[in-house]
Design a protein. Sequence first.
Length: 446
Amino acid sequence: MTDLATLLEVGGPVAALGGGAAYARAKHPGVYWSTVGLPVSTVRLLSSYGSVMEACGLAVAPSRWRVLAVKATTRREVRPVPPRRGIIRPTTTGLRVRLRLAPGQEPADVAASAERLRHAWGVHAVYVTTVKPGVVELRLVGFDVLRRVRMPRKLRPDLLRVPVALREDATPFVRDYRTVPHQLTLGATLSGKSMYLRHLVAGLARHPVALVGIDCKRGVELAPFAPRLSALATDPEQAAELLPVLIKEMEDRYDLIKARQGIAPSTPDEEIMPVVLFVDEVAELFLVATKKDEGRRDEMVTQLIRLAQLGRAAGIYLEVCGQRFGAELGKGATMLRAQLTGRVCHRVNDEASAKMALGDIAPEAVSAACAIAPERPGLAVAGDTSGGWSRIRTPYLSLGDAAGACRESAHLVPDLPALKPFRPDVPVRPPVEAPSPVVRPRPVTD
């Protein structure tokens, strides 16, 4: 009985500790990683590094001098030498360690063994990046960072650089308009495409950028951001009037650059300010109900293609969004897609849309986009014409917060005379009256 009581006394705290660790791993993976996962994975890496590298075929035969030195000083067996390991750097989501490759090795050899390294060291994933010739960095991610997205705190939006999502390797996905001027973003209903758009608008709203919107769903998506928009078209008729104005603005900027061979110091900021055009539901610009509308459709598509081809040098950038984008939309769809360097594909309803978004730049990413589950809104596959791609997920941002950011930055709307006719009407919000103080009667004293 005494032994049983002792076991119960000791087992109770141990069971509670195990249950707490399991709960933290399921509900608070970041806390679990910092307290349990990080020490355990570090010990596994340090204790098994040589044997794991040898099992993965990443160890090489030792040099002749090393063989002679080992035989002269000890009698142990001469084993293959693993890549030289640098200092282990812990992070809030995993570990980072640099490896110096042996002569004859390449980063692809290490990347091919990433899945083996993941199982050997007990982490969620292992990613390999090249630092410089002969040196690679292993980024070990301790848990699924896309399950509950938390953006790095030190990251802040910059002019034309907006952090909008988190990559699966725990690095931020930044929408950089200077390196990727135009982008195509696809996603079915409830896939998270609107959340992605909110982050873009809210991030750009805080900087001196002219924001222009075309939302043919009567402005359902972009109307809440009206205080910060320089122009907004809510139907194809308004879009047909707005696009020629943007073309004229682009041509005027080219004339200015040509005349000055650069931009003169006396040029007003409004004439050189970047312009970002958001096109939501691009299919609405392609589809026509009657034959007489085909001419207007062809003209708008041609103008969009011209903006995509020539707008970058004049500081005009495109963000084209839609639920579906395919060649069946009509003439010009494939040509427009070819000018959109960046691609972000959320969950889509058919494989053809995923192929239209990613098939020409990264065919292997198409299957990853088609595998996105409906219960993970915001998850997407991002790529560009360089061939690289990765999974990303956008954190939650309420419509009220995004609209509030636009209201607070309404004073940053530039004065562009050509776009004034398209400036959306913003209803004046009545001032909130402060409650009047309650005046208490003085007590009656004798």
